[in-house]
Design a protein around this ligand. Structure first.
Ligand code: FMN
Length: 172
């Protein structure tokens, strides 16, 4: 039996019942036979990025984060848009990884589930390609009017979104 590829799931939302968290849960369920999924569930506990703490003085939680990224065969980030950009907690986590090779050549799928979300998707792609992630043309998914796209069970049901999600997953 071939070993399942490991996918690390990162949400940009800390909200209880978050749309983006529900989407990641849905992904973990929908593709469970193909991949082994791990959730990164502590980015709101990361200290603010500080170059003085980079390197030898790096907090354990940050070392663990980088290790989780390195161990993953691929990563999916799903995030809301906040004031035309990505949420601060997500940007903070990425800043910790900039001076490392944790994300270098890592296949990445990016999802923005928001009211509109176009800017966040553009920024996230720019940021993550800058740190040398591999994002395929079909590795990006924008879910606009996100709250209305999940049913009561937290499932995506729109056939166009599901098709785009299947294509995104295939890029990983
Ligand atoms: C502080 C704040 C700023 C927001 N700014 C934007 C925005 O600029 N563009 C947008 O499309 N949605 C914006 N939203 C709406 C969220 O992106 C949207 O509610 C999203 O579905 C929340 O995702 P979540 O349920 O996973 O937290 C904002 C929400 C908050 C709380």
């Amino acid at each position: 039996m071939t070993k399942k590829r490991k996918i690390l799931l990162i949400s940009g939302s800390t909200k209880k019942g978050s749309t983006n968290n529900q989407i990641l849960q849905f992904i973990a369920l929908r593709y469970r036979n193909t991949f082994e999924f791990h959730f990164l569930d502590d980015i709101e506990s990361f200290p603010f990025f500080n170059t003085d703490l980079n390197g030898d003085f790096e907090p354990q939680i940050i070392q663990d984060f980088k290790k989780s990224v390195k161990l993953a065969d691929a990563v999916i980030i799903s995030t809301p848009e906040y004031v035309f950009s990505i949420p601060g907690i997500l940007k903070n986590a990425i800043e910790w990884a900039v001076s490392s090779v944790a994300f270098t050549n890592k296949p990445l799928g990016i999802i923005v589930a928001a009211a509109s979300g176009q800017k966040a998707l553009e920024y996230l792609e720019l940021i993550m390609t800058t740190i040398q992630c591999q994002i395929a043309p079909q590795g990006k998914l924008l879910i606009q009017g996100a709250k209305g796209k999940l049913n009561e069970e937290g499932e995506l049901t729109d056939p166009i979104i599901l098709r785009e999600l299947d294509l995104l997953i295939q890029t990983l």
